[in-house]
Design a protein around this ligand. Structure first.
Ligand SMILES: Nc1ncnc2c1ncn2[C@@H]1O[C@H](COP(=O)(O)OP(=O)(O)O)[C@@H](O)[C@H]1O
Ligand SMILES: [Mg+2]
Length: 159
């Protein structure tokens, strides 16, 4: 587990870039946190660092936004508005096509999402945020280890 303080939105961006540069392929990420916690900020920075060009819209109304990556697609989901996990079937998502899942409000899609690699929980901390990163698979463990080894966590003070 890694805990970090993110004093401002730039720090959230830096964490997103770090996760992009150390990520496994494929990867499934759950983003937990209240409205305004910084989930979409983190997802956007991660996608941008993976080379996504153009607008990166919040999937608040569309439920999913898809982006091409070299090894598949990145899917950014926001499940805040789904009534039940069964509604995910209607999106017609082909799991095999996804190289990266970034899921906001994953608890609302419980049972309909692929196995988790990394859980990121964001919470308010003064005017900034606290991030807790939990690995849920061997690939997730290796991911966090690469993030630790990268040296870039030093710019993100430990909680
Ligand atoms: N570490 C941080 N400290 C302060 N503000 C932040 C931080 N990270 C993101 N924000 C800001 O929080 C606001 C809400 O972010 P957003 O990513 O839309 O939240 P969510 O997707 O969790 O609802 C944005 O204005 C963003 O700039
Ligand atoms: Mg959001």
């Amino acid at each position: 587990m890694i805990e970090l303080l993110l004093p401002d939105a730039d720090a959230t961006d830096r964490l997103g870039r770090l996760l992009a540069h150390t990520r496994p392929s494929p990867a499934v990420v759950h983003l937990h946190g209240d409205l305004g916690a910084g989930k979409s900020t983190l997802a956007r920075a991660l996608l941008r660092a993976l080379g996504v060009q153009g607008a990166i819209r919040s999937p608040t109304y569309t439920l999913v936004e898809r982006y091409p990556l070299p090894a598949g697609e990145a899917w950014h989901l926001d499940l805040y508005r789904i009534g039940n996990a069964g509604e995910l079937d209607f999106l017609g998502l082909d799991e095999a096509a996804a190289d990266l899942w970034l899921v906001e409000w994953p608890e609302r899609g419980a049972g309909a999402l692929p196995p988790l690699d990394l859980q990121v929980a964001l919470e308010m901390h003064g005017t900034g945020r606290k991030a807790s990163l939990h690995a849920h698979s061997p690939a997730g463990e290796a991911w966090l280890e690469r993030a630790r080894q990268s040296g870039h966590l030093q710019g993100l003070p430990a909680a």
